[in-house]
Design a binder for this molecule. Structure first.
Ligand code: CMP
Length: 139
């Protein structure tokens, strides 16, 4: 089905000025960028966004990293967008990511792994709503 997913180009992507290169991979996969904004995430936004990982040992590091520089938040739309984007991103750990994936091409480590994508359509809705209103999205 046609669906939407939520994406973040993380601070390691803005720092290295590769957001356009990442977007080219996203678009080449047939996903449309129907919403996009470059922001500086606040600590509160990052802690809320990653709340499910609160008890993980890397939570503090994750919040520090996500607030260390600008990010680009995006709404991606397309056929099976959630699963397709996860395929395009590749494994969380770039060392395990398949050839041609964003993380294989660009990611530096499991923490600084260039992109985030929703893991389900339900989470995509919740995540999109944290950063976008309907007026910010044009399909
Ligand atoms: P993301 O899809 O944004 O969701 C949770 C993030 O936690 C994940 O991407 C990784 O960047 C990060 N993460 C997962 N495992 C580790 C780890 N061992 N150390 C640091 N960060 C991690």
């Amino acid at each position: 089905a046609n669906e939407r997913t939520f994406s973040i180009l993380k601070p390691d992507a803005t720092r290295r000025n590769i957001t356009g290169a990442v977007n080219a991979v996203i678009e080449a996969a047939g996903l449309r960028i129907v919403g996009q904004r470059r922001i500086r995430m606040t600590r509160e936004q990052a802690e809320k966004f990653y709340e499910v990982h609160k008890e993980r040992p890397f939570f503090g590091e994750l919040v520090e990293f996500m607030t260390s520089g600008p990010v680009v938040v995006q709404v991606l739309e397309g056929e099976n967008a959630v699963a397709k984007y996860r395929e395009v991103m590749g494994a969380t750990n770039p060392a395990q990511a398949a050839d041609g994936t964003i993380r294989k091409q660009f990611a530096e480590s499991v923490g600084e792994n260039t992109v985030h994508g929703s893991d389900s359509a339900d989470n995509a809705k919740l995540e999109i709503a944290q950063f976008f209103t309907d007026a910010d999205i044009a399909a």
